[in-house]
Design a protein around this ligand. Structure first.
Ligand SMILES: NC(=O)c1ccc[n+]([C@@H]2O[C@H](COP(=O)([O-])OP(=O)(O)OC[C@H]3O[C@@H](n4cnc5c(N)ncnc54)[C@H](OP(=O)(O)O)[C@@H]3O)[C@@H](O)[C@H]2O)c1
Length: 317
């Protein structure tokens, strides 16, 4: 495993981090807690030291599972969680009001069974609350020792600038993968210039970049990933299969899986501090964590780039 420091912190995080959205067991179909705990343990045993969760993943369930899994090694794990998204029966709603932040903070500390969260993100922007009110509340929590470093997720350059006028943030968590490179234009250069870390999510595009879906999958009830990752439709499917074939050839040369190739590509990109990958079981966790050993050559990266430019440019850039 390789490790990178999130700038301006003492957090030395693994270049591959474990995402726990699916472990919330309410958006990605049925996920067994015992399997989730095994996945967390295998990840940690393979060198992952960075776990990402959020109150909204299973209305707190993912945080509870993380706490159970790390209870005898809390000091060896860098735990990141988030605030400001609520799941109602029908939708996800953003709420960065001081009242909601207070609730999220208290409940995350309790569920994670910790006195202090290592990295605390604003999960999504909320246009209904003045950013200043949210930041003032978060600053208060930081002074009280409830979390160590503040970060933001899904923020534009403009919003990061506004936040930085009021407080210190240390990194951004954006959507970024071979299939979504939109942040390369402005956001990554801004983060580099400002010395902000980039912890990317969606590395496998919800499992698609493992190459396991040969036709458009019909996900089981309760598995809503197709609503979040907009790739599972006919007009781009053949071109995505072409990309997966291209990744498959590269994977063969490295004796690794397509998933590992997609993860390795993301880890290698300029400005990326750590990449989040979700896993539902031991095998996936091992496959993903060991991708850190793979280094794609320049010509392999160019091959991928050429395919994307020719066949998927409207989707990717
Ligand atoms: N800040 C945000 O707004 C935001 C948004 C999204 C995600 N995130 C974070 O980023 C993390 C990762 O992103 P993600 O969970 O959306 O998706 P992802 O990592 O792109 O995909 C994860 C899913 O792919 C499948 N998978 C993973 N490894 C595999 C392997 N080696 N072989 C075969 N299948 C494999 C699993 O589902 P199946 O087995 O069911 O296919 C798994 O649940 C999340 O858990 C969360 O912590 C943050």
């Amino acid at each position: 495993m390789k490790y990178n420091i999130i700038p301006n912190t003492d957090l030395k995080v693994s270049s591959i981090a474990l995402g726990t959205w699916a472990m919330g067991n309410d958006f990605w179909g049925n996920v067994d807690d015992k399997e989730s705990i095994k996945a967390i343990h295998s990840s940690l045993d393979t060198g992952v030291n960075f776990i990402d969760t959020a109150p909204v993943y299973g209305a707190g369930h993912a945080e509870t599972v993380v706490a159970k899994a790390i209870k005898d090694r809390r000091d060896k794990v860098i735990v990141a969680t988030k605030a400001g998204v609520i799941r109602t029966k029908t939708e996800y709603r953003r709420d960065l009001s001081p009242k909601q932040l207070q609730k999220d903070m208290e409940e995350s500390l309790r569920r994670l069974n910790t006195d202090c969260i290592d990295l605390y993100y604003i999960h999504w922007p909320d246009v209904t609350t003045p950013l200043e009110d949210s930041i003032n509340t978060l600053e208060k929590f930081k002074k009280q020792g409830k979390f160590r470093y503040l970060a933001v997720s899904n923020f534009s350059v403009e919003l990061m600038q506004q936040a930085q006028e009021m407080t210190d943030i240390v990194c951004l968590q954006p959507n970024y993968s071979i299939l979504n490179r939109k942040i390369e234009k402005e956001i990554i250069p801004y983060c580099e210039q400002q010395n902000l870390g980039v912890i990317s999510y969606g590395t496998l595009a919800g499992g698609l970049l493992t190459g396991k879906f040969k036709s458009i999958p019909k996900f089981t009830e309760g598995d809503n990933r197709g609503r979040f990752y907009d790739y599972y439709h006919q007009d781009i499917w053949q071109n995505i299969q072409g990309l997966l074939a291209c990744l498959g050839k590269i994977a063969q040369k490295h004796c690794c899986t397509v998933a590992q190739t997609a993860i390795a590509w993301t880890v290698q990109q300029k400005g990326i501090t750590s990449v989040l990958v979700g896993a539902k079981n031991n095998n996936q966790a091992l496959d993903n964590a060991t991708a850190a050993e793979i280094l794609l050559s320049d010509s392999e990266c160019l091959e991928i780039e050429a395919y994307l430019k020719q066949w998927l440019s409207k989707v990717v850039y």
